[in-house]
Design a protein around this ligand. Sequence first.
Ligand code: C2E
Ligand code: MG
Ligand code: MG
Length: 647
Amino acid sequence: IELMAAAISMIFIVVSVISIPLGILWNVSLIQVLGFSAFIMLYSFIILHIAKRETLSNSIKLHAVGILLVCILTATYFVYYDKIEVLFGFIILVLVMIANTSSKDVIFYYLLFFSVALMIFSFVYKINDTIVMDTTYYAALFIMLLFSIITSHLFKRVYRTITKAKLTERIEILSKNEEITSLYEEILASEEELKEQNEILNSYNKEINANKERLEFLAYNDPLTLLPNRKKIIESIDMMIDANIGHKSPFAVVFIDLDNFKRVNDTLGHAAGDQLLIQVTHRLKSSLNPKDILGRLGGDELALIVRRNMEGEILLMYVQEICDLFSEPFELEGVASKITASFGIAVYPTDADNVDDLLKAADTAMYKAKEIGKDTVQFYDIEMKKTILQRIGLENDLIQAIINNEFYLEYQPLVCGKSNKVIEFEALIRWKTKEGKLISPAEFIPFAEENGFIIRIGEWVLHTVCEKLKQLEREGISNIKIAVNISTIHLEQDYFIDSLKQILEATQINPASLEIEITESILIQNKQKAIDKLREIRELGITISMDDFGTGYSSLSYLLELPIDKLKIDRSFIMAIEVGSVKNEIIKSIIDMVHTLNMEVVAEGIETAVQREYLEDRSCDLLQGFLLSRPLSEEKMMNLLKQGRLF
Ligand code: C2E
Ligand code: MG
Ligand code: MG
């Protein structure tokens, strides 16, 4: 509107300026021309002013412009009536029509009806052919104005009603438009949804990819320790061999097998076994050379590929260092437990030149390490193979031994330190095969423990000893005790106590003449459980002694919390007794400590007079060893007892 008003004002200012020479040219009175010009200019400024008033609504501004326009044009007409006549109205009409599209509706109506009024007016005056500036003239002017205003308003009304239909149509279109817009929005929204779904799909995709990676990882790694699995280890060795063909650059494969892992699993449960494997993995990984690969072959079997060319001795030192990592106890269910491992080394290409043979060689070496006492490192050599084959034979033979009664017992006397009399025997199992070969318990007992045969063996020993005690009682020998070695694996069986009771019931012996020798490994299990079990055994009247004390790494004070009657100091300590050695003090303090707890001390494996003398001087309660007597056959023991020759 402002622009329009400015444009109109400019036009009229130009017109009013031009009208001065035109008026002179056409002989119009100068006062009229100047007055007209001033009038036009004044109104132009007023229009401009109104248009600029921001407080006025647009329609009021338009009406003002319209009315002023009509006034100006009316004045122009009357000033130049002589010259322009009807034509003026016609020209304006044409101009207005042409401008219609661009002008605002209201102004268009004003101009339209003004031009119509003008044409009627000039036509009437043409007929009269006079124009006099009198009241009629002003009345005409006023009527013209009124006419244009009223008609334009009326027309506008009529036009509105006519255009209303159009308007509703437009509204409909608009609402349709809105519908379309909302549809569009919906589409946009569903596009968003699609985007969201796409994102979800993408995240699924990522998950699938992660799972795929996980599956791939699991195909080559052990899920518990996250170490490379057997497949991966085999592939790695294979690759190394392939890369090595021609060069034959040596590398080594080391088999690592935890000792007595089965016992941990059986007594503490599989969760503890898993925990142990994880702890072992962490400990080993922290000190391995980063070039080497540690993997888990399954169960408690680990493999290490030493991917470096090392001299035999250096390799042994390296593996021995790893073996030494086991010297610190592991924590199982809150208890520090001593766990060891056996190591077998096979070297490529000396021991084998393909994966299968290399793995077999390392396995054989590892078995050898187990055989010679566990917790050690062994290299592979051909001789080992033979021993392993013998071992496999042993397993079958052991089953046969139980069936064929190839076991028998020997009894080693235990002598009282004070009286020097035999007051007890330890029953020791012996195995004589069909072929007449003697196999030492040190060889087959650990093996029987691993595969569970030890329970049947233990029950057989208990039965045989109780039968023997019954026989002795019948023969009037009642003041003698026989000790039986019971494996922890056997002891931990829930039915152990029941079967013990059954044996006592069946043989009706005096329980006080039976002694049970247990080992520190009972503490691998929950301590409270061990205490409860031992208490139950003691309640039956049976004596309990702790065998091989000092080999199991449990502290003495910890051990002494168990309800035991005797403590047998291991042979390795007794062997160390020498004249004047400071080490002797250890034995002395053990004896003193055990005595303060009202328990008896037994010294095992006495072989020299020095050892015997020392122990007797330190008030060791019972003495056992080759010096006093080797284990005796049943017959010899019976003779000894019958003759009353008790040293
Ligand atoms: P242990 O219970 O500590 O038995 C003592 C072992 O030391 C016996 O070996 C015995 O012959 C040996 N010994 C005794 N005095 C001396 C000595 O002065 N010098 C030397 N060098 N050795 C001596 P054995 O009979 O070969 O038994 C070895 C181990 O086998 C036993 O050690 C025991 O742990 C186990 N064992 C033996 N019989 C049985 C059994 O019936 N059941 C179970 N579960 N284990 C048994
Ligand atoms: Mg023993
Ligand atoms: Mg012993």
